[in-house]
Design a protein around this ligand. Structure first.
Ligand code: URA
Length: 317
């Protein structure tokens, strides 16, 4: 006969074991997804693929907004000091006349100045804008790799050419492919939520990806795709000539810094790469998954704010 006390003890032990196993799975998950993800190392070709049985590209949140969810609308940013001009609003990109794949078009875009179809804000207003637009025109029908066959839109980037900061992500996901704009899905919303309170709304900067086209099923970029697409990113950076580059996640950090080190070793400090300084941090998709990584992302992006304020203070003295 088991006493009530014994039964209670057994129940508690089982509960503790369940909690322990859950926490280990979460840890494993976070490690797999965030820290030491295999490098897109040219010498380790198999490393960039998602492990067998894993659902696609791991930096993407697995359960993003469902297909056909309303198009991206930016989080309203608070007022801050570093703004250099009126904040434009952009309209969601409808694509060449077609509704998003898998659903009806979202609600009508808010009224406001029209964002250029390239994603560049007011490209004609500066020499850099014009040069960036010329690059867009050159690559918008790129057929440099097999992703052309499966993409809906080439996602060039979004934001201002005249900016001190460029954010670089990994590759478009489903929402981005549908709308032709970077970071308009769950990861992008999270990024806006982190940047907003820091007074760094994204429409003052430029944001793009290493890969301009979506890998099917959000799988990891392949080495060949990275090699084919990186020159477009480097050309964007050459034109914009930002002071700072924020590399979001393993692929961006390794690509911009030309390293194979894991993001866990790179993040949270400034690195020099040619003419600009690079701040690697976790991918916002990671921060969608755990509060721990969201806090790290917030802390890392606060370093960007410090730099911008420091730069502002220096240039105004
Ligand atoms: N993840 C990325 O790396 N880039 C995007 O544009 C969207 C999600």
């Amino acid at each position: 006969m088991i006493s009530d006390n014994g039964r209670e003890r057994a129940r508690r032990a089982a509960e503790a074991m369940r909690r322990f196993i859950k926490s280990r799975w979460e840890e494993r998950d976070a490690t797999l997804f965030l820290t030491d993800r295999p490098a897109p190392n040219r010498k380790r070709p198999s490393a960039v693929r998602a492990p067998a049985g894993q659902p696609g590209r791991s930096l993407q949140p697995p359960a993003g907004p469902p297909a056909g969810s309303p198009p991206y609308r930016p989080v309203t940013p608070p007022k801050v000091a570093i703004r250099s001009g009126p904040a434009p609003s952009w309209t969601p990109r409808p694509g060449p006349g077609a509704p998003p794949r898998g659903g009806a078009p979202g609600p009508k875009a808010p009224q406001g100045p029209k964002r250029h179809p390239s994603g560049i804000i007011e490209p004609e207003s500066s020499e850099k804008g014009k040069a960036l637009l010329a690059l867009y025109e050159k690559i918008k029908d790129c057929a440099g790799c097999p992703l052309k066959a499966t993409r809906r839109h080439l996602v060039f980037g979004m934001g201002r050419a005249d900016t001190p900061v460029v954010f670089v992500g990994e590759a478009p996901g489903e929402q981005e492919d549908n709308q032709g704009l970077p970071f308009v899905g769950a990861a992008g919303h999270l990024l806006d939520k982190v940047l907003g309170p820091l007074g760094l709304p994204r429409d003052r900067f430029f944001i793009c990806n290493v890969l301009k086209c979506r890998p099917p099923g959000n799988r990891n970029p392949s080495i060949e795709e990275m090699e084919e697409c990186e020159p477009h990113l480097f050309n964007q950076l050459k034109i914009i000539a930002p002071k700072y580059v924020v590399a979001l996640g393993t692929f961006a950090a390794q690509s911009v810094l030309k390293t194979t080190k894991p993001i866990g070793q790179l993040r949270g400090r400034w690195h020099r790469a040619g003419d600009f300084e690079v701040l690697p941090t976790y991918h916002p998709a990671a921060a969608c998954r755990t509060t721990q990584f969201r806090k790290v992302l917030e802390g890392d992006l606060a370093l960007l704010k410090q730099r911008l304020e420091g730069a502002g203070a220096k240039s105004s003295s």
